[in-house]
Design a protein around this ligand. Structure first.
Ligand code: SAH
Length: 381
């Protein structure tokens, strides 16, 4: 068993085995890293009139414009200095892969220091979901997840997180995604990384997404889902933020013995502690939480485990605080595991529903482009 850090220690000082090497050079500070007051101060520090920051925010978040030439309401001589102060280039696209007739698009990005990350846009008839990365790599080492195999490179900045959403918004606005012009309606922190291990940048990003225009994108907090392996102190902190995002807990097993293997952080915070924190989140925020469960053939998909999962969840009452989202396991390189048989999946659903737990099976998008859950490895080949 691993020797986990003491509870009082902040998550971002987890031992190197989970935290990976640190890179010295921080990403450039971007408008999306800052509050509206901080933007004003940054513009003034560059010797420019502070009130111009609002105009640049309007271009970035509302008009989805970032080229100085397109900011025609700004005096010509101020456009370049303002954009260099607030809109440094954070990332460059290396390539985009498409599936589902172009309605699923995975983009590989290179960050300023060469770190690689991926984001996925998924267009459905009534919504557009952007799946974003919050860390380059991941330190959580879940054995069935491709991202977990490479370790953590570094945390991403709020600007880098938000920019993934904005690039999706711009493609939609330009009509590049089949289905006509559209908007991003949902953001899920289910790309690379463990969002709760990069808490402050993730929260800043959530604020930018939900801040009213022109200070942010003006999205509904309900449309934002933060998914976690179960970093309990951070889940509790999230409940106190007053931003009712949807919380997803990646459980994958109802018993500690198996979860210790599938989600190694379980040796630090057990099934009971993680589920209790999820329930408490639902109680405080009145938001139904989602329990994520990757269905792995003959590993976690037995009927008795469905019963046990049902019992664990209903022990906190059946007031609709939770639903289970089953994810057929997506293949990852070198993994010995495969997705459950359809009949085992159906039986799993049936048993959970018999206990009164609403259960859905996730429609997995983007498998063929390695863009589905757990497949993001940011490989360049
Ligand atoms: N670190 C966070 C968010 C990223 S993963 C978390 O673990 O919640 C998003 C979801 O995909 C998680 O529920 C994760 O457990 C799941 N996942 C990872 N690998 C998968 C795979 N190979 N097949 C299906 N789901 C997977």
């Amino acid at each position: 068993m691993r020797d986990w850090v003491a509870m009082s220690e902040p998550i971002n000082t987890l031992p190197l085995v989970f935290d990976g090497p640190r890179r010295a050079k921080k990403p450039p500070r971007h408008l999306a890293d800052m509050t509206s007051d901080e933007r004003k101060a940054a513009v003034e520090a560059a010797g420019l009139p502070g009130y111009r920051a609002k105009q640049v925010s309007h271009h970035y978040f509302s008009r989805l414009v970032e080229e100085p030439g397109d900011m025609t309401d700004l005096p010509l001589e101020l456009r370049k200095p303002l954009t260099s102060a607030l809109l440094p280039t954070l990332m460059t696209p290396l390539h985009t892969l498409e599936a589902d007739g172009g309605t699923t698009r995975k983009t590989l990005w290179k960050l300023h220091d060469g770190a690689l990350i991926e984001s996925v846009l998924m267009r459905y008839p009534s919504r557009v979901t952007m799946c974003v990365s919050s860390q380059a790599g991941c330190g959580m080492a879940c054995p069935f997840c491709a991202t977990g195999q490479g370790g953590l490179q570094r945390n991403m900045s709020a600007g880098e997180i938000v920019e993934q959403v904005l690039t999706g918004s711009r493609s939609l606005a330009r009509g590049e995604v089949p289905g006509g012009p559209g908007r991003v309606s949902n953001v899920v922190f289910m790309g690379m990384g463990e969002p709760m291990a990069n808490y402050s940048a993730v929260m800043d990003a959530v604020r930018r997404l939900t801040d009213r225009a022109p200070d942010g994108l003006g999205m509904s907090a309900r449309g934002v889902t933060v998914s976690t392996v179960g970093l309990v102190p951070r889940m509790r902190q999230l409940a106190e933020e007053g931003i009712p995002v949807t919380l997803a807990l990646s459980l994958h097993a109802p018993d500690d013995e198996l979860r210790n293997e599938l989600v190694p952080i379980n040796t630090r915070w057990s099934v009971g502690e993680a589920v209790e924190a999820a329930w408490s989140y639902a109680r405080v925020t009145k938001r139904r939480v989602s329990i994520e469960y990757a269905m792995i053939k003959d590993i976690n998909d037995q009927a008795w485990r469905a019963d046990l999962l049902g019992d664990v969840l209903t022990s906190y009452g059946d007031w609709g605080w939770v639903h289970v989202n089953l994810i057929p396991l997506n293949p990852t390189p070198g993994s010995k595991w495969t997705a459950s048989r359809p009949e085992d999946e159906r039986e799993f659903v049936r048993r959970l529903e018999a206990k009164g737990v609403p259960t859905t099976v996730r429609d997995t998008r983007g498998r063929e482009i390695d863009g589905a859950c757990g497949q993001l490895a940011a490989a360049t080949v």
